[in-house]
Design a protein around this ligand. Structure first.
Ligand code: ATP
Ligand code: MG
Length: 325
């Protein structure tokens, strides 16, 4: 048994290593990308005409939402990707825009890193048009990624350019989700430039909560009125023991409208490494929490998961049974 599990571990590690090597190779290749690569771009954009939008009772312009936090590493990209996937599964046409120029990661978490040729900076610099740079997800017809450049700087893009990009995207999508980088500098300003709404992600820890407060103030100053809070990585055991900030503590400090509570879940790490977002399958606690957020974004009233009393083992055990096979 122990032999078997260490073999599985070695296999998984070797898979991850190959994935990392492939990604590094790809990164190097992109830095010396020749113009001929342009021809290889795989893209198809389904134009949703005004008529079809009206048939589906959609507003004439899509909703634009920035997922931000101030603090780094609290789960913005995980949140943006899983909500985008859930909205697409719920029948919406969704574009997710990676605004972390220089450090992109949205493509890897979505599992689309091998299909990128053009990126956001190419669109802004006029190297290609928007439709060419959008990568369509093969698993969901109505989900697209606009990746960003790994070599350009955040300062290479202006707020006016991002606003124009957002205006162009919202003509053709029901939802445009901007995955914001850490911090409150140029990347934050660019990611929020074209957004009408915001999802602020925090973990129940002191520094991220303070950063979320700062980010929210800045978003309000920028005229974004519809701002909702997501508390990520809640740990049932610590919550029960009172060893971490509780939901009410966080809400008390931030005085914001809550839209989601997401538990700490090992399935998040595996899904990110595999490039298979949790909301594609919905067999994890965190996946369910993200799907619930998507449904609330669409106006549904959905009960919150009782994270404090959650059995952390149920989905975990289920997953480990599948993974063993
Ligand atoms: N609910 C969760 N349970 C367990 N791990 C999580 C959860 N949410 C996020 N993580 C992990 O936390 C790490 C940071 O997540 P993520 O990259 O989404 O954060 P981020 O805010 O986008 O980071 P950055 O500021 O660098 O862009 C990742 O390793 C991710 O797998
Ligand atoms: Mg991120």
């Amino acid at each position: 048994m122990a032999k078997k599990s260490s073999k599985r571990k070695r296999q998984a590690q070797s898979r991850l290593k190959s994935k990392l090597e492939a990604a590094l190779k790809k990164q190097k290749a992109q830095m010396v990308k020749s113009a001929s690569a342009a021809d290889a771009q795989e893209y198809t954009v389904h134009q949703s005409s005004d008529a079809s939008r009206q048939r589906r009772n959609l507003p004439m312009a899509g909703r634009t939402i920035v997922v931000t936090s101030g603090k780094g590493g609290v789960g913005k990209t995980t949140t943006a990707v899983n909500i985008a996937v859930a909205l697409a599964k719920l029948g919406k046409k969704v574009a997710i825009v990676d605004c972390d120029t220089g450090l992109r990661s949205t493509d890897m978490i979505l599992g689309l890193e091998n299909r990128i040729v053009y990126n956001l900076v190419d669109v802004i610099k006029g190297v290609c048009d928007l439709k060419k740079a959008l990568v369509r997800d093969k698993r969901l017809d109505d989900l697209y990624l606009l990746p960003t450049s790994q070599t350009a700087q955040k300062e290479d893009v202006t707020e006016a350019q991002m606003k124009k990009l957002s205006d162009d995207l919202k003509k053709d999508f029901d939802f445009v989700i901007f995955d914001c980088p850490a911090g409150i500098e140029a990347g934050f300003r660019n990611a929020s430039a074209g957004a009408d709404e915001a999802l602020v992600v925090t973990t129940p820890d002191v520094a991220p909560v303070r950063a979320a407060d700062r980010a929210t103030g800045l978003l309000e100053n920028r005229g974004i009125k519809r701002i909702h809070l997501i508390i990520n990585r809640l740990r049932p055991k610590l919550m029960r023991k009172g060893d971490m900030l509780g939901v009410n503590d966080v809400l008390g400090v931030l005085n914001m409208k809550l839209i989601g509570l997401v538990p700490e879940d090992d399935a998040v790490v595996k899904s990110s490494n595999d490039g298979v977002p949790l909301t594609l399958t919905d067999n994890s606690h965190a996946g369910t929490a993200y799907t619930n957020i998507a449904r609330r974004i669409l106006g549904e009233e959905v009960e919150y998961l009782d994270i404090e009393n959650m059995d952390p083992g149920f989905f975990g055990k289920l997953m480990s049974i599948f993974n063993r096979k």
